[in-house]
Design a protein around this ligand. Structure first.
Ligand code: C5P
Length: 469
């Protein structure tokens, strides 16, 4: 038995014991797509196993949260998609009564902690081969093989964390195995298709205009240009009274659209645009056609929106299988989220003083406008814009209690050797803050009084040639 299997079996034994003794279990998870999916997978598996359980979400792990875990009424805690770097503190607060299921890089000493079930411990790259949803899925299957039907939710989690980094947006490593499992149990269909956002739900013109990966200068975020392209290509935009969506397109229509986009982008890097525009799509045939749950990428966007605008419960309920009335709520959340993103991006475009652009980095000041929970979304969007290609994006905004939240991303084509996780973690630590994440996407939080020092640190390490540590 490998080390991962051993630890999963230990997870099964410990949790089964907890359930047998009727102990009260709490799941604490992160608010993003990977957090909601991993939390939902574990919660569902535990409910099926007869556990007494409740689930909570938080936007981060910190010492206040750990104190709350210590003083709440639950006997056992399972923390998903959170907690890397906090194992010692959590152990001091909760004794043996906890597990972390995660994929974020962790310090070496946590590799030896039996309560930590983290991809990196088992030689799995948690950045691209599996995320917390995938790890939770493995743990759920260790509890009962029948939880294999949750594979589709694990696929959503991997898409939410943009782990579709194989050729043509395929998956790598463990994620690929999870995709195969979901295909085998009939819940997933994988195709090669046009990668327009809102495949099942958005009118064609919007789907093309709001697709920002690839970013097509003149077309992306320009509805008029998108409309003109469809008109001149002779594509019907409506089917009777209903707006057609990308999923309605015939193969011939797709061919025509690809040709039109190629022509439109002929003075840009057309071959790269095409490379990004066609790739693997992941569809759940059991979901209603034209529902935002049918395309797995749209599903993941909906979950991200739930968490980002403070409606995590709706996302978790949907992942656990709730449908009917809750779907309308999910749809409203998605619309609200899209509107907020448009508003924030417009403000950043209009208020140029908020952006300071250098050869290697774009620093963005979102203070006073972008809520902390949306900082990751906006920095990811900025990282997808060709204007910022090759650079590091660092967005900052206000956090709670006089803190400043930083969200950093490597943009498309960014070749720097700088590891953003190390940059954010060591930097934050120098200024008594908290930071971490992945090579290409990381965050940090410091108190406001340390802002100038932290900005100088970033300037030195990103634009200067100082090595981190
Ligand atoms: O907050 P943001 O979206 O910028 O974070 C990027 C990535 O870094 C996420 O995966 C997040 O979970 C991770 N992160 C972390 N520790 C922090 C801040 C962010 O692991 N203190």
């Amino acid at each position: 038995m490998g080390r991962l299997e051993q630890h999963l079996s230990n997870f099964n034994n410990t949790i089964s014991e907890q359930i047998k003794n009727n102990r009260d279990i709490s799941v604490v998870t992160h608010i993003d797509c990977d957090g909601l999916t991993s939390g939902a997978i574990i919660t569902k598996a535990l409910i099926r196993a007869g556990a007494k359980i409740s689930v909570h979400t938080t936007k981060e792990m910190n010492s206040t949260i750990i104190k709350n875990l210590q003083s709440d009424s639950h006997d056992f805690h399972i923390i998903t998609d959170l907690g890397g770097g906090f194992a010692k503190q959590i152990g001091e607060a909760l004794g043996q009564n906890w597990f972390i299921i995660d994929h974020h890089e962790i310090p070496q000493e946590e590799h030896d902690n039996d309560s930590v079930i983290n991809a990196w411990k088992y030689g799995i790259n948690g950045g691209i081969e599996i995320c917390a949803g995938g790890m939770a899925f493995l743990a759920a299957k260790a509890l009962d093989k029948r939880n294999s039907d949750l594979a589709s939710i694990a696929v959503v989690s991997a898409l939410g964390d943009r782990q579709d980094q194989g050729e043509r947006k395929s998956f790598l490593g463990k994620n690929l195995e999870i995709v195969e499992e979901a295909k085998t149990n009939g819940s997933l269909k994988v195709d090669m298709d046009l990668l327009l956002v809102g495949r099942e739900t958005r009118a064609l013109v919007d789907a093309l205009a709001f697709t920002s990966q690839p970013f097509i200068e003149g077309l992306t975020w320009n509805r008029d240009a998108s409309l003109a392209l469809f008109k001149s290509a002779g594509i019907e935009l409506k089917d009777g009274g209903r707006w057609r969506t990308p999923s309605d397109l015939t193969e011939e229509e797709k061919r025509i659209i690809i040709e039109s986009i190629t022509k439109f982008a002929s003075n840009q890097n057309a071959s790269q645009i095409m490379e990004e525009l066609i790739g693997h799509t992941y569809t759940f045939p059991v979901e209603e056609p034209r529902s935002f749950l049918r395309d797995a990428r749209e599903f993941s966007t909906m979950l991200n929106s739930c968490g980002r605008i403070g409606r995590s419960g709706v996302g978790i309920a949907i992942c656990m299988g709730d449908r009917n009335k809750i779907l309308q709520e999910g749809e409203n959340i998605l619309l609200e989220y899209r509107k907020l993103i448009r508003d924030y991006m417009n403000i950043l475009t209009n208020e140029r003083w908020r952006i300071s652009d250098s050869a290697k980095c774009v620093m963005v000041n979102g203070e006073g406008i972008i809520p902390e929970t949306m900082s990751g979304t906006i920095s990811s969007l900025l990282a997808g814009s060709p204007k910022n290609a090759g650079k590091i994006i660092i967005l900052r905004t206000n956090g709670e209690e006089n803190t400043i939240k930083f969200s950093s991303r490597k943009s498309t084509g960014c070749k720097t050797e700088l590891n953003l996780s190390t940059l954010m973690k060591s930097g934050a630590e120098k200024f008594n803050g908290i930071g971490g994440g992945h090579d290409a996407a990381a965050g940090a939080k410091i108190t406001k009084d340390k802002l100038d020092g932290f900005l100088d640190y970033l300037e030195d390490n990103v634009n200067g040639n100082i090595n981190q540590n």
